[in-house]
Write a protein that binds this ligand. Sequence first.
Ligand code: UDX
Ligand code: ADP
Length: 470
Amino acid sequence: MKSIKKICCIGAGYVGGPTMAVIADKCSRINVNVVDINEERIAAWNCNNYEKLPVYEPGLKDILKRCRNRNLFFSNEIEKNIADSDMIFISVNTPTKTKGIGAGQASNLKWIEACARQIGKYAKGKTIVVEKSTLPVKTAKTIKSILQSFSKIDDENKIFHILSNPEFLAEGTAINDLEKPDRVLIGGEDQEAIDSLKEIYLNWINEEKILTTDLWSSELSKLIANAFLAQRVSSINSISALCESTQANINEVAKAIGMDTRIGKYFLKSGPGFGGSCFKKDILNLIYICNHYGLDQVATYWENVITINNWQQQRITQIIVNKMFGNVDGKKISILGFAFKANTNDTRESPAIKICNDLIEEGCFLSIYDPEVDIKQITLDLDQKPVNDKLILQNSSCWEYASTIQDSALNSDAIVILSDWDNFYDLDFENLINIMRKPSWIFDTRNVVDISKAIKYGFNVWSLGNGNIN
Ligand code: UDX
Ligand code: ADP
């Protein structure tokens, strides 16, 4: 078995960055090089100001302080690092296709293909290629065909082994998930290659947690794990609406059903719908595969998980507008939280995007606060310039970026809580009620507010899934 001395990871994003940081931290004898085509992103990873890292992830900066420029390096030198490495991780983005065959469902594999071609061209000798990105089933086959064509034409000594090693980390808890995973999954055909990757993980993970399978089972397991998790969120969200229409409370229901060990307590928190880069994309991939194999009923079954998710986002906007006398035109609404959940600066598929766009469409002015998401990202997501942009005339803009909760709430008619950041659990109601317009509303889509306390201070409160007050 080949012991790995040098790793290259292509893609310095939410998966590549934290994953390689933990590998470098746990395996000081391995030299880990993270490369990316995006120069700005690499510069941010190398920046001495740890507050400016491209990925906000609790615990990450401490690891970088220990490992960066010791055995963990970030650079744009893709070719050189591919050529020097024994093992190459592919960690590039694979968004859903927006046009052509499979548009709206299949993943766009153009970045994966580009990586495979680069690896094929520049790798030397025996190289293990590890799929880390979330991918449709059978992508390993595509990568393999591309790589094999290079060994045939270019250099017969080039030998490639492909492994699937899906990432199960959740953003916001990535470091903990990587350090103490429930399991590590390695799919592959070549036992020696599997053992080489396993040897790396054995530096900090017990052998019984490392599962090995064939390539396709490994690829499929990643899609299915995400589909099951998303399904639980849609299930509980569908019941949140039923609780609102009756006198039940979604938190009580979730607690009661979660104590059944067959159901379990995790992923039963009702909210504004799931976001993030994986859930929707993976379910769409699953639907695409099912349709491809003529399994239309199975495809429809999973489609409904997405339908409920979209509906949950839509109905929140409707509730806000209805409660505010059917009209938000000319009103100011404070949005607390724009990331798709707490403890990340990632906004991909965040429910906040749809809810904010829908509220803007209704004619109100939004003041958006998020502890980690910056103005640049929100501008990209909403496709509208903020008032903070000095080039924009104040009255033609429909949102502003607020740097504090207080700024966001000032003179607003309502606060809408969309992410579950820690500092939203203990809002200063006494101060907020004094700086907001009356009647003052709180719409809590994450169940973070102490309802009776807020009511005591004079707020009207709507809380997701709470039939007793709504
Ligand atoms: C997910 C998977 O958890 C992870 O294993 C995979 O590798 C990538 O996709 P991530 O998207 O980072 O991770 O976050 P996750 O914590 O799973 O949350 C996804 C979405 O579901 C968030 O919008 C979150 O707010 C929502 N959610 C989660 C709920 O609404 N309720 C819950 O109980 C749990
Ligand atoms: P993920 O959440 O899967 O990590 P990100 O979008 O955060 O996704 O990161 C993917 C990274 O991969 C981006 O920084 C992007 O610039 C990089 N990337 C995409 N294609 C290539 C390529 N061919 N070579 C190098 N880097 C790439």
